[in-house]
Design a protein around this ligand. Structure first.
Ligand code: C2O
Length: 569
């Protein structure tokens, strides 16, 4: 196996889009940042040099980090941030994984501009399908013209609906739908040769929205998701939620012309406040297309017909169609006995400002809107990362005031019917009990089989919940609309060929059930990848115990792990 080595220089720079210079934080001056390309089994070394004014961490989203939790890059979960003018080296292996992943900053909401693709190619050079002619990263992002630190502050205080990006991007380009003073933004252009097969590696790197992606006149065969192969299936539309990656094959089998590719944000339906349409387009250009695009081609490139921007069902069906290859050895382990069951209600509530025991609730001046799991809003530790605390404590010792995440919400009710959730004066939905703020964790024995059911609730209004677990892939057993009902739903679990993922898009006002084997010692963040929600506390930590032998034990931290002293506000 080889060593793939990079230096990431994090720095603020001006970048020009929409006729404006915006000061953004970038890696090596690039947006999106540099690609990390490796072969299965390689060692990846990234020297992070921080010349930005912020504390930075980088998370290698979806990399399992087997026995290398120290390199996971989750701010205050696995490390303290790398302070300005200091460096840290991330070192990990990409073993047993093939496909597309991505990296992003995991502090505040800086990942809006600090992200890039990770491509892991098979060691044998062969795929479970015909080798594509070419790999094409397709990173869906968004361009922000606002000070992200201010936006982040707004989020942790309940948010402002004006906190929106200026536009959507494909591989950093806004595309010709955006212009200013007569200047049209560039499109991302993919040149194709007729008859050849292209593997599009889609990454959704945006802060909130799921995106629909299409190419006019072409179909896709979905072959991978979250760096796991899936049973191939054909579709003309891909839905990719924040944090997810989807690999598709596209054969250039259309008449040799020009075709638009479009990424369109899937927006929540009414009654959510008006959100602008975010859409970016690029071009697929056949290299033997006539120069004037006359002849058999239309003058304008062909536009695909997109799902409605408020259509959440296209995503539901897309994700429901993902199934895995039945050869995974972990599958046998999750088919039988389940050691731990968690039922996690995802919602929004409010807490009183300044620790007051009671106040006018519902986003008033006296209370703050928060997001929660089982009515507890996650509080990020401030003095020491959870992983360091774990290292300093005996197996069953207490962790700096960390509490257990409850296995279920304080009370069950009809979660998905807004009419049955109490409403406070002013019309805001309210939880039945006051929400608490705490640093929560669930602790699992080594190799425990864990089932988690995520229930989205009407308190979320219409936001979606792409739930992401660090350090493990999980099998997605089922999803459904409305309230989860074990008497009805367990029998519908797919235990034959479920898809293996690191992020599951929980249907709006619905639920999803996952299972995984807690086989990787460490402290792993588990959170909603809808950035608004993570800032508001929809998160917890899964702690996995060391195994009985040394090679099932997390080694001590690297010597250059950033110190938690001199934390900058
Ligand atoms: Cu891609 Cu914790 O996130």
């Amino acid at each position: 196996a080889a060593v793939v080595e990079h230096t990431f220089l994090v720095k603020q720079e001006n970048m020009r889009h929409l006729c404006n210079d915006t000061l953004v934080t970038l890696v090596n001056g690039q947006f999106p940042g540099p690609a990390v390309e490796a072969t299965e089994g390689d060692t990846v070394i990234v020297h992070l040099v921080n010349e930005s004014p912020y504390g930075i961490t980088i998370h290698w989203h979806g990399v399992k980090q087997t026995l290398s939790c120290w390199a996971d890059g989750a701010d205050m979960i696995t490390q303290c941030p790398i302070q300005p003018n200091t460096t840290f080296t991330y070192l990990f292996n990409v073993t047993g994984q093939e496909g597309t992943l991505w990296w992003h900053a995991h502090v505040s909401i800086l990942r809006a501009t600090l992200h890039g693709i990770i491509i892991i190619r098979p060691k044998s050079g062969s795929y479970p399908f015909q080798k594509p002619h070419m790999d094409v990263p397709v990173i869906i992002g968004e361009w922000w013209q606002r000070d992200l630190m201010k936006v982040d502050k707004n989020f942790s205080n309940g948010g402002h609906f004006s906190d929106n990006p200026a536009g959507a991007t494909i591989n950093g380009k806004l595309g010709d739908l955006y212009n200013c003073s007569g200047f049209v933004e560039d499109n991302f252009v993919l040149n194709v040769e007729q008859g050849k097969t292209y593997m599009l590696r889609l990454v959704n790197a945006v802060l909130f929205s799921e995106y629909y992606f299409k190419v006019a006149g072409h179909k896709f065969t979905v072959v991978g998701a979250d760096a796991n192969y899936v049973k191939p299936y054909t579709t003309d539309v891909v839905a990719v939620a924040p944090g997810e990656t989807i690999d598709v094959l596209m054969v250039a089998d259309a008449p040799p012309c020009r075709y638009y590719m479009v990424a369109l944000a899937n927006q929540p339906p009414a009654p959510d406040p008006q959100i602008p349409v975010f859409m970016s387009r690029g071009v697929v250009q056949y290299n033997n297309a006539p120069i004037d695009v006359g002849g058999n081609c239309t003058k304008e490139a062909l536009m695909p017909e997109m799902p409605d921007q408020h259509d959440t069902l296209a995503s539901f069906y897309f994700h429901g169609n993902l199934s895995g290859l039945p050869s995974n050895p972990l599958l046998a382990q999750i088919q039988g006995h389940v050691d731990e069951h968690l039922y996690i209600a995802l919602g929004k509530g409010s807490i009183c400002k300044g620790n007051k025991p009671s106040c006018k609730r519902g986003g008033s001046d006296e209370s703050i809107e928060v997001a929660y799991m089982n009515n507890v809003s996650f509080h990020l530790p401030e003095k020491m990362s959870i992983l360091e605390a774990r290292q300093h404590t005996k197996a069953n010792g207490a962790f700096m005031g960390v509490q257990d995440l409850p296995s279920q919400p304080p009370r069950s009710f009809n979660f998905t019917d807004p009419a049955l959730i109490p409403v406070v004066p002013g019309g805001k939905l309210e939880e039945l009990e006051a929400t608490r703020k705490a640093t929560t964790m669930r602790r699992f024995a080594h190799n425990a089989v864990v089932e988690v059911v995520f229930q989205s609730t009407a308190t979320m209004q219409s936001d979606s919940n792409p739930m992401h677990l660090h350090g493990h892939d999980f099998f997605v057993l089922a999803q459904g609309h409305g309230n989860y009902n074990p008497a009805r739903d367990v029998s519908g679990y797919n235990l034959v060929d479920p898809a293996l993922k690191n992020t599951v898009q929980v249907p709006r006002l619905g639920w999803a059930a996952i299972r995984f084997v807690a086989d990787n010692p460490g402290a792993w963040f588990m959170h909603c990848h809808f950035e608004f929600h993570i800032a508001m506390g929809m998160a917890t930590v899964f702690e996995v115990a060391n195994g009985p032998t040394l090679d099932e034990t997390l080694p001590p931290p690297p010597s250059d792990l950033p110190k938690c002293t001199n934390m900058k506000e």
